[in-house]
Design a protein around this ligand. Structure first.
Ligand SMILES: NC(=O)c1ccc[n+]([C@@H]2O[C@H](COP(=O)([O-])OP(=O)(O)OC[C@H]3O[C@@H](n4cnc5c(N)ncnc54)[C@H](O)[C@@H]3O)[C@@H](O)[C@H]2O)c1
Length: 336
């Protein structure tokens, strides 16, 4: 095993921090450089345990700051870059799209350009730039559709967040086509698991239930998402980083589609079980709220490519993973 240096951006956020734990466990000799701006969504406590390693370095910086990123490349000379850093919440992107363009599009371009400049001929053969993208770039399917998005599906994003992620993906493809730059892209479905800031559906509901607050569901609650446990996504990202082919895109899904109402019912039951309440206790706190503008109805992913070409498939049980997630939140806030 070599002493690769991995530059991880956004490593104090949800998926990035889980990935750093995965990396440290799986490749103990890797040096990890975590660059994070520390926005509201981050939490340095997510990194407790790994921050004690001498070959783990944290740099507080903005990926859209060219000078700061040049310094990082000059000082640490990474072999791999994995760009998790992003503004990641659709609702916030509807309220203020500008920051999404700045971080998600411009920040990605700064990173691509730094890597292209610093990775000279010898290094380019083995170096890799992995862009962490999302299934949201494909847009939405009608609820009645049985279609699934493949890596060839057109990019038809519907909100400023997904549009900014699609913009970044196009820049990555352009760097591959124009400069033969070794970039890969993963597009995963909705992740859930420990270490997530409580504003997206699953962590928000768990958090609100623990605090005795209402459990909001947008619109008619029929929107469908494919839920992927974050540790399965980390395993997939690991495989794409080490075995994926530069220039390629890999969808990462779980074949685990739920509409929001059914998911919330299940969560309520698991919460009740975990907290020793009667089965339907939490369902009375469900409130239907005004729908998000342009709310995508359904995402559904075909992820045959990563299964057939790289041998990855999801392995975590959904209910057990939800329980793990609930337990993590209870550990954060205490039992009610
Ligand atoms: N959460 C999901 O379900 C999901 C699904 C598919 C793809 N993704 C993608 O995965 C990546 C990680 O998502 P997440 O859910 O962990 O997000 P998150 O919001 O939990 O974390 C993002 C992290 O990036 C950091 N950050 C934000 N702007 C930055 C900047 N300008 N410079 C440096 N750091 C910055 C934040 O401080 C935070 O630590 C994102 O690119 C997102 O688009 C997420």
């Amino acid at each position: 095993m070599s002493n690769n240096t991995v530059l991880i951006t956004g490593g104090a956020g949800f998926i990035g921090s889980n990935f750093i734990h995965h990396l440290k466990k799986t490749y103990p000799t890797y040096r990890i450089i975590n660059v994070d701006k520390l926005t509201y969504a981050s939490n340095l406590n997510n990194l407790l345990g790994v921050d004690e390693y001498p070959d783990y370095v944290f740099v507080k910086a903005d990926i859209a700051n060219k000078e700061a990123m040049e310094n990082v490349f000059e000082q640490y000379n990474p072999d791999y870059v994995i760009n998790f850093a992003a503004e990641s919440h659709e609702d916030r992107s509807i309220e203020g799209p500008e920051l999404f363009v700045k971080t998600n599009v411009y920040g990605t371009q700064i990173l691509l350009e730094c890597a292209r400049t610093f990775w000279k001929e010898d290094k380019l053969a083995s170096a890799k730039f992995l862009q962490i993208s999302t299934d949201e770039v494909y847009g939405s399917l009608p609820l009645s559709s049985t279609d699934k998005f493949t890596e060839q599906s057109p990019l038809l994003p519907n909100n400023p967040y997904s549009a900014s992620k699609a913009g970044a993906d196009l820049l990555c493809k352009a760097y591959f086509n124009t400069y033969d730059f070794p970039v890969l892209i993963t597009r995963s479905s909705n992740n859930f698991g420990p270490r997530q800031y409580p504003e997206k559906l699953i962590p928000l509901l768990i958090n609100n239930a623990l605090l005795g607050k209402g459990l909001p569901i947008y619109g008619d609650g029929l929107n469908v998402r494919d839920w992927l446990f974050v540790e399965d996504n980390c395993r997939a990202i690991d495989i794409v980083l080490h075995s994926g082919k530069p220039g390629e895109i890999y969808n990462i899904g779980a074949d685990n589609e739920w509409n929001n109402i059914e998911l919330v019912y299940l969560l309520c039951e698991l919460l009740a079980e975990e907290l020793g309440m009667e089965r339907d206790w939490y369902k009375r706190f469900i409130v239907f709220v005004k729908d998000r503008p342009g709310h995508d109805k359904k995402y559904s992913l075909n992820f045959d490519k990563i299964q057939n070409e790289l041998g990855w498939q999801p392995i975590f049980d959904f209910k057990e993973s939800l329980k793990t997630t609930i337990q993590w939140h209870i550990g954060q806030y205490g039992k009610i």
